[in-house]
Design a protein around this ligand. Structure first.
Ligand code: NAG
Ligand code: NAG
Ligand code: NAG
Ligand code: NAG
Ligand code: NAG
Ligand code: NAG
Ligand code: NAG
Length: 356
């Protein structure tokens, strides 16, 4: 009930805006715009997609896993295929695109490049689905996204009693979930993970990546769905609090602190290099800009993770960190600030719009 209400108020806030210039997507009635209501692509909740669309998405990911890597194998032996190229490029930028002012726009572009690659390289005609955090909190294993069926993103890992807790910092640890072992069900059953595990306190200490990070070290893909963590950090209240934040600074703290805390804990919550977890931050940011169009352009954060070493605040003119070979020419935060301008033309679904 509650979630219906929230979605309804989101839609109202979006559609009731009196001045078209203040709608989240700009002047909605300007049909001369390159991106307009007629051609905008809609990203939907994975759990509400028809089964054949869910399968088409995971088929496309598996197709990308069948493509050769474009990276230097001497330097990046963990990049065993094109899918892992994304993981390498992302991990390589760990300390430059997390917990700082590039976080949202860099990930928005990264997810968009991945989405485009699935379409262009693998003939997929869908749009990037998102993982509905509050909709799945506390019931991860039975949610369509993780129920282990052929239409899911694969299920939980096999039960594994170790380790007992995940220490994410000196004073912050999380209980273990109900899995932890190899993923054996669904479209990614038997998939291997190839990169070295990096220390969880790396970001908070501003430490460099270990030199062996990209040296291939294959082991099964593990996943530890964690209902305790999802109930605590991804619940409806936490979600609403983040959306209701009066300014980008508070939003960033909530997203990076509460959501980000759990996102950093994505090893326990969901060890998976799938695209979906990457999509979630951008989706929350987008829904939030729809709710508060007046502050959607506000920027917050510096150029280094947790500001170590100290750096300047980002501006609309700041060039975001690179995207490896996926996009080589520089692009600024200002060009990535709207999802219906610049390279983008998408928005997230509203009530009654799912699935035709
Ligand atoms: C996508 O492709 C599938 C299978 O080829 C087709 O059934 C579906 O209509 C296509 N969807 C769109 C939006 O083109
Ligand atoms: C962790 O907690 C201890 C004891 O309360 C405190 O002295 C220390 O400063 C805390 N460390 C961090 C990084 O917050
Ligand atoms: C490979 O990863 C495992 C598990 O993280 C680790 O114990 C092992 O030392 C790694 N092997 C090499 C050669 O680095
Ligand atoms: C996964 O890694 C294991 C351990 O290195 C290896 O034996 C197995 O062949 C790999 N599986 C695939 C599908 O590559
Ligand atoms: C839901 O999230 C709020 C805000 O983070 C938190 O205070 C509360 O304890 C959570 N609820 C449950 C049942 O864990
Ligand atoms: C950076 O932004 C913060 C608030 O977001 C502000 O307090 C600080 O003064 C700014 N720093 C500079 C050098 O402009
Ligand atoms: C990783 O980062 C280094 C340093 O910025 C850069 O030279 C290199 O090209 C990056 N590698 C990839 C695969 O993006």
């Amino acid at each position: 009930m509650r979630s219906v209400f929230v979605w309804a108020s989101l839609a109202l806030s979006a559609f009731a805006a009196p001045n078209p210039k203040t709608t989240p997507w700009g002047d909605w009635n300007d049909w001369s715009r390159e991106c307009n209501p007629h051609n905008v692509k809609i990203r939907r909740d994975f759990d509400k997609l028809p089964t054949h669309e869910r399968k088409a998405f995971t088929d496309a990911i598996n197709c990308l896993r069948d493509q050769p890597s474009g990276l230097d194998q001497q330097k990046y032996s963990a990049a065993i295929n094109r899918f892992f190229d994304y993981a390498v490029v992302h991990t390589n930028l760990t300390s430059r695109v997390h917990l700082d002012g590039y976080f949202l726009t860099w990930h928005r572009m990264f997810v968009w490049l991945f989405e485009k690659d699935l379409q262009e390289t693998c003939g997929w005609n869908g749009t990037m689905p998102y993982w509905n955090w509050p909709g799945t909190a506390g019931k991860l294993e039975s949610a369509p996204i993780f129920d282990g069926s052929e239409y899911s993103m694969s299920g939980n890992g096999l039960p594994n009693p170790l380790p007992p807790v995940y220490a994410l910092g000196p004073n912050f640890s999380l209980p273990r979930g109900s899995g932890g072992g190899c993923v054996t069900t669904g479209p990614f059953a038997g998939m291997n993970y190839t990169m070295q595990v990096i220390p969880s306190n790396l970001l908070s200490q501003g430490a460099p990546l270990p030199p062996t990070t990209f040296v291939k070290n294959e082991s099964c893909l593990t996943r530890d769905l964690n209902d305790a963590v999802s109930t605590l950090y991804l619940n409806q209240t936490a979600y609403e609090q983040a959306l209701a934040a009066p300014d980008q600074a508070t939003f960033s703290v909530l997203l990076n602190g509460v959501f980000g805390g759990a996102a950093l804990a994505c090893t326990p919550l969901l060890t998976s290099q799938s695209a979906l977890p990457l999509a979630r931050s951008s989706s929350h940011h987008k829904i939030r800009s729809d709710l508060h169009p007046e502050i959607a352009d506000q920027l917050y954060g510096t150029m280094t993770a947790v500001n170590i070493p100290p750096s300047a605040n980002v501006t609309l003119e700041s060039v975001v960190p690179d995207f490896g070979y996926f996009k080589e020419d520089p692009i600024t935060i200002g060009e990535l600030i709207s999802t219906t301008a610049g390279p983008f033309c998408y928005r997230y679904e509203y009530p009654g719009q799912c699935c035709g």
